[in-house]
Design a protein around this ligand. Structure first.
Ligand code: GLC
Ligand code: CA
Length: 552
């Protein structure tokens, strides 16, 4: 029996309307001059984050790791990668963030470990059938001599999901070959992760982002996938052999009771499942929130956006959760570039396949400004990815020689992967690594980053950074406790909704100027044109209720 969740109270609901800023620590700020971001660099930039006005930060995995998958290949969940600092540094960071009113979320990776994790090393050193092997999926192969993999499953990063061991068995890795999948049928795996959660909760973190939350369980016997096409992505079908299996929910119920016993801590799921299945993850005894991929994937189209907004709100509300809104993260093409590509472009392939003149970077940036005002005015939480407040584009043309994402090699060099959104931030317009580091950064920054540096934008009233700061301040002032939304129909090319009397957001996604409803304009993503809202522009307004709605 799981414990009964605490009743909602003001105290334990900070996350319902939080703005969470994602820190890809390797690329945020380098404190010790080795070209790699770290905890001391992050601590030094806390004032920047406080000025920006975020409520929380989520830090990508910072544990010891050979970084074959950017740190999602974890060697020890209870320590800090020496490249990033020490546990003491982490404790200091949590304390300093809290002093500034910023909560801290860390990333938990329960689907797999690094192959250098002690458990996997023990498993490989033990004979087949030994209990240490049962913590992973290590199995005999098929065929007369077991030389065929146990199933036809493919890795998300390309190639077979099975790798032979030196003694003739096979281990499962749904991601890189250096990321063996844990066996969640094994009770030690359960107790280990509950203990890891407590380890970080005891150190004062405010919660977790849970990696591949829809993974974990695998169908008994590893049945082949028979469906044609891409075998690696979650589908609508409910009996996928390794994604979104019902067994995962019992795990999160137990985790939730651990979190509840600490008070106002939260966890957010990275679950790439069919939108209709997402509410299962955010029932009131499981995750507090989950990322909303429908919104991230929505094209720049008023009807589609309106549908996605209304449906996402509906799905979360019906289980009592608050919706979330994300446009970018460390796994996807930055949205200021995405919105500059024609609808339907395959973002993963376009950097390789082009044609590159399809990109309208100016339109992308205009829409990125407008969509910031959407994300930050919707009910629920907004998850921002470092650098979007600077309007950073995807660096889609990094030299092949610097590509680091395992996708590049595992796809036979046909998909460049995710490095283009992970390029170190520009803090200043000058200096060796644009203020990111005193040394050569681990990925090269393009020349265009100089003009987008935080220092260059800080005092520019028209900059993206200023827009984000203003929007965050207004959001705090007007929308802090509201969770309602009402869609407004202003025509097929307009996304519009009101957040009670506090705010109405109007976005012109058409080709011609739009006349605004009566009211006070609070903030726009671009200057109005003769009082009208230009294409690709958003306005926040305070619209007086019409006399029949008003109470006096
Ligand atoms: C998640 C992470 C991604 C990582 C993968 C495997 O999708 O966001 O960066 O490669 O899990 O851990
Ligand atoms: Ca460093």
């Amino acid at each position: 029996m799981s414990e009964i969740p605490e009743p909602m109270s003001e105290k334990n609901t900070w996350w319902r309307t939080a703005v969470v800023y994602q820190i890809y620590i390797r690329s945020f700020a380098d404190g010790n001059g080795d070209g790699i971001g770290d905890i001391s660099g992050l601590r030094a930039r806390l004032p920047y984050l406080a000025d920006l006005g975020v409520d929380a930060i989520w830090i990508n995995p910072w544990y010891p790791s050979p970084l074959h998958d950017g740190g999602y290949d974890v060697v020890d969940f209870r320590d800090i990668n020496p490249l990033y600092g020490t546990l003491d540094d982490a404790d200091q960071l949590v304390k300093e963030a809290h002093n500034r009113g910023i909560k801290v979320l860390v990333d938990i990776v329960p689907n797999h470990t690094s192959n250098l994790h002690q458990w996997f090393q023990e498993a490989l050193a033990s004979p087949p059938g030994h209990p240490t092997r049962d913590r992973y999926h290590i199995r005999d192969g098929q065929g007369k001599d077991g030389s065929e993999p146990p199933s036809n499953w493919l890795s998300v990063f390309g190639g077979s999901a099975w790798e032979p061991t030196s003694d003739g068995q096979w281990y499962l890795h749904l991601f890189d070959v250096s990321q063996p999948d844990l066996n969640w049928e094994n009770s030690e795996v359960h107790s280990e992760f509950e203990s890891i959660l407590r380890f970080w909760l005891d150190r004062g973190v405010d919660g977790f982002r849970v990696d591949v939350a829809h993974g974990l369980f695998k169908a008994p016997g590893y049945p082949d996938i028979t469906e044609d096409g891409d075998l690696s992505v979650p589908r609508q079908q409910l009996d996928h052999p390794f994604w979104d299996r019902d067994e995962v929910h019992e795990v999160y119920r137990r985790w939730r009771s651990v979190l509840n016993s600490y008070g106002d801590r939260m966890m957010v799921a990275e679950a790439w499942v069919h939108p209709d299945r997402l509410p299962l993850y955010i029932r009131d005894d499981e995750f507090h929130q989950s990322f909303n991929w429908d919104f991230l994937a929505a094209e720049w189209d008023a009807k589609e956006m309106a549908r996605v907004v209304a449906e996402s709100y509906e799905r979360a509300s019906k289980v009592g959760a608050s919706p979330t809104w994300t446009l970018s993260n460390h796994d996807v093409m930055r949205h200021s570039t995405r919105y500059g590509l024609p609808p339907g472009t395959d973002w993963h392939r376009w950097p390789m396949e082009g044609p590159h003149d399809l990109l309208d970077a100016a339109a992308g940036l205009r829409r990125a400004r407008a969509v910031a005002l959407i994300t930050l005015s919707l009910p629920g939480s907004a998850y921002l990815y470092q650098g979007e407040e600077l309007g950073l584009p995807e660096v889609w043309d990094l030299p092949e020689s610097v590509l680091d994402d395992p996708t590049w090699e595992r796809s036979g060099r046909t998909v460049r992967g995710r490095d283009g959104c992970r390029v170190p931030l520009p803090w200043t317009s000058e200096g060796p690594a644009l203020g990111f580091s005193s040394a050569e950064p681990w990925l090269p920054q393009p020349a265009a980053f100089a003009g987008l540096a935080a220092s260059a934008q800080a005092d520019d009233g028209d900059s993206m950074l200023t827009l984000y700061r203003r929007a965050l301040a207004l959001r705090r002032e007007r929308l802090a406790t509201h969770e309602e939304i009402e869609m407004i129909d202003l025509g097929p090319d307009v996304l519009a909704y009101s957040r009670g009397i506090e705010m109405t957001c109007v976005v012109n996604m058409g080709q011609t100027n739009l006349s605004l409803p009566d009211g006070e304009v609070l903030l726009t993503s671009a200057p109005l044109s003769g009082g009208d809202l230009p294409p690709d522009t958003a306005a926040w307004m305070s619209v007086q209720p019409s006399s029949e709605d008003s109470t006096d």
